[in-house]
Design a protein around this ligand. Sequence first.
Ligand SMILES: *Cc1c(COP(=O)(O)O)cnc(C)c1O
Length: 399
Amino acid sequence: MAKYTKRQNPAGWGDATKLVRGGLDRSPHGETSEAIYLTSGYVYEDPETAERRFAGEEEGYVYGRYGNPTVTMLEERMRLLEGAEACYAVASGMSAAFGALACQLKVGDHVVASRSLFGSNYQIITAILPKFGVTYELVDGTDAKAWKQAVKPQTKCVFLETPSNPLLEVLDIQMICDIAHKAGAVVIVDNVFATPILQKPMEQGADIVFYSNTKHTDGQGRVFGGTILCSKKFKEELLKPFLRHTGPTLSPFNAWVLLKGLETLKLRIEAQSRAAATIAEALASTKGVERVYYPHHDAHAQVKLARNQMKMGGTMVSFNVAGGKTKAFEVLRKLGIIDISNNLGDTKSLITHPATTTHRNIGPEARAMMGISDGNLRLSVGLEDVDDLVGDLRQALKT
Ligand SMILES: *Cc1c(COP(=O)(O)O)cnc(C)c1O
């Protein structure tokens, strides 16, 4: 196999090279594109080989739930891109979030999380883990004092998202890691909104980073997938036993789609982020828009931190319209290009009303605590001409 695989210090490559060539493992056929190994099982030349594989004395695949060559290529590409020791790919972003938490938590443990959370992250921490005896505290993620007070000796994990969904709050990863590590807690970062192109949380001290590859990695709205980036020790001792036996297996087909998505990730993120910055600026001067949330916009509450921590402002823009739900719905109905969808990170621009969709389940009190108003709209900026998108938003906002 090594014949067709050029591996010259891939760890020293730039992101664009890693995205196109990282983890490529060609078969003896020498195919240009990554192969899809759509198989659930493997055969052995003789019983001794099977015995050695099961004893862990010989490298090789034994069962699709334990590993697959196409999935391995994705894991290696993501690992190189993040600069992590290890990567484990799973079926979705949520199986990555749950796996990263559940593989290490037990009854009596405590989790501290930033309060601005993606809906399903919020459900795992506040409703599912407590059933297994894991307690939690949610804090204002921008407040160092709040983190210091909340992190206790029994705090096993600190969990955060930055920028957050849907208000794009930016949290100081290094500050939070310092506080967590002093107490011996493990820091988990949901890096879905920033992507590894704009922000690599491990450089700021994060222990575990996870992705919904469903979002920007695929970027074209086709498949589900998730990845967990971590240390070798964490993967071998905690993640592998948990995920192999609980089974959120990534389909080799989906892994292949994600590998192809990664090849254009940098180009897409940079183009979509440039368009998002233009749109944020345009919305800020549009009548009927009360407030714009965009990490690199001058009016953002943590703009200095955001400029330090993120290479660009990202592909998401959030804004409040005057007139609450009625006006927000009117704007959505009037849009002629941008689609109404709660998905994000797509080449097609998508917009959602968080209070009635992604953040409906958490209820009005939790929404108020997070600062999500009924006039809030969350826009995922795609690859269309930015002038068309600004024009679409302006005509929809016109009274
Ligand atoms: C979508 C999303 C997830 C969950 O990913 P799935 O692939 O849908 O399971 C987690 N965190 C954030 C910030 C997301 O946007």
